[in-house]
Design a protein around this ligand. Structure first.
Ligand code: URP
Ligand code: ZN
Ligand code: ZN
Length: 460
């Protein structure tokens, strides 16, 4: 099986040139001008942008959470990701407190293996760090290729670990060449504010936002980077939303610490005024919540300053029926919003086309940096000879709009209903196969492979 992509404008994190790409089986075999290779399929990409398939390192598929499950399965979620130009996702396994990491790994693998359409990997969320869990870290890294360990500084009673556990985990993970991901918000302050608002009868989605003020994120981010600096364990803050938290990272970077930052597309584009729409605000109930316009400006600046390396989604969709679980109490609204399909087109339209970021930066934050940080580069995250042929072709000028009536995510609303975008993903290849073309998916469930990852990359 071979494919020749002709005359596309190839954009990587560093390059921008017009050439042909010859693909055989699953990988890129040659790149050059006027290639004469004979191929089974020829794609004319004249006038189009050819970028590496997206890597979204923060998604939650079929995740048991807040008394329900996120509504995209591995099949529907990874297929929707492909429609949106994202060829690899990293999901989060959640250890059940009292159980082993291996048990959680087996449970998640059981749901994903044979069902995913696109490629996937896992972070391991350690929710109960103890002597037994400690022994499993090395196995996860060296045998299973799971090199990143997620921690929660909030969601007490279910997911949160304390600082004693955090330090212990950091020491163990550092010893074996891994990295710690963190949901950095102060769970104790949040729990206090949630209870206070409920006692005062303040129960609408607005109070979800008001229960997680900026200080809860800034404080936890600062504590996390200090612990990461003290132990020397590389850290990665997921879904960072605000100025206060980013400033905590800035201070760590002055000390040359290895701390990476992910924001999510929604924090760049949406703001907290959406919580004033009464219960409709539940569509955007997520943690941390949407912030203010000044925070959006900080995040765009952080991307251009190179201190925000990744734009992910934290895709965690729930049907409207599920959101209604919190109709009378904001603390029961399942947290999360859908975006796995929309991330790259939103970032392209709102970022590149509105001159907030360059094309190279678009590739860097939507694909290359995540592949590097999480040990998949150069297999994933770039277009180069020997790399997996994961390729997204974009018509930069095509206009279209987003809607739940046309999206492929298994969720009955869109957080971006009616948004008019410029730039449409036309064709997507995953490991050399045309996965998406003409708005049709051409690969089946089971095509998606589990990607074992390397230790923290030497590339970043
Ligand atoms: O609201 C969110 N973010 N839901 C998913 C779980 C998490 O905290 O990432
Ligand atoms: Zn989180
Ligand atoms: Zn998340």
């Amino acid at each position: 099986m071979s494919v020749l992509i002709k005359n596309g404008r190839i954009i990587t994190a560093t390059d921008d040139y017009v050439a042909d790409i010859f693909i055989e089986d699953e990988v890129v075999v040659a790149i050059g001008k006027n290639l004469s290779h004979q191929a089974d399929t020829v794609i004319d990409a004249s006038g189009k942008l050819v970028v590496p398939g997206g890597v979204d390192p923060h998604v939650h598929l079929e995740m048991p959470f807040m008394g329900t499950f996120s509504s995209d399965t591995y099949e529907t979620g990874t297929r929707a990701a492909l429609y949106g130009g994202t060829t690899t996702v990293i999901d989060f396994i959640l250890q059940k407190q009292g159980n082993s990491l291996q048990a959680a790994f087996d449970e998640w693998s059981g749901r994903a293996n044979g069902n995913a359409v696109g490629d996937y990997s896992f972070h391991m969320a350690v929710t109960d760090f103890n002597e037994n869990t400690k022994q499993e870290i090395k196995t996860m890294i060296e045998k299973e290729g799971i090199t990143s360990f997620k921690t929660f500084m909030a969601y007490k009673g279910a997911l949160m670990i304390n600082d004693t556990q955090m330090i212990g985990l950091m020491e163990e993970v550092k010893k074996h060449g891994g990295l710690i991901n963190v949901h950095a918000t102060n769970g104790d302050i949040i729990d206090y504010l949630v209870l206070k608002h409920k006692n005062e009868g303040k129960l609408s989605p607005l109070y979800h936002y008001l229960s997680q003020p900026e200080v809860t994120e800034a404080e936890a981010s600062e504590r996390f980077v200090e612990m990461s600096g003290y132990t020397g364990c590389p850290g990665y803050i997921v879904h960072l939303t605000c100025e206060g938290a980013l400033n905590a990272v800035r201070n760590a970077l002055y000390k040359n610490q290895k701390v990476f930052v992910e924001t999510c597309i929604q924090y760049l584009l949406l703001d907290a005024s959406l919580y004033e729409k009464n219960f409709e605000g539940a569509k955007w109930v997520m943690s941390p919540p949407l912030r203010e316009k000044k925070d959006q400006a900080t995040l765009w600046a952080g991307i251009n300053q190179g201190i925000v390396q990744v734009v992910a989604t934290d895709h965690c969709p729930f049907m409207w029926e599920q959101k209604l679980m919190g109709k009378d109490d904001f603390s029961k609204i399942p947290n999360g919003h859908p975006a796995i399909e929309n991330r790259m087109e939103l970032l392209f339209s709102e970022g590149v086309m509105k001159n907030k970021i360059t094309l190279n930066k678009f590739v860097e934050v939507s694909s290359t940096n995540a592949a590097k940080i999480f040990g998949m580069f150069p297999k994933k995250g770039t277009i180069a000879v020997g790399s997996d042929a994961d390729i997204t072709i974009i018509d930069a000028n095509e206009k279209h709009s987003l809607s739940s009536s046309t999206h492929h995510m298994n969720v009955d609303y869109s957080g971006y209903e009616g948004w008019e975008l410029t730039g449409k993903i036309k064709t997507v290849l995953l490991r050399g196969k045309i996965a998406i073309d003409n708005n049709q998916c051409h690969v089946n469930k089971g095509y998606g492979q589990f990607i074992k990852r390397n230790k923290v990359s030497q590339y970043i």
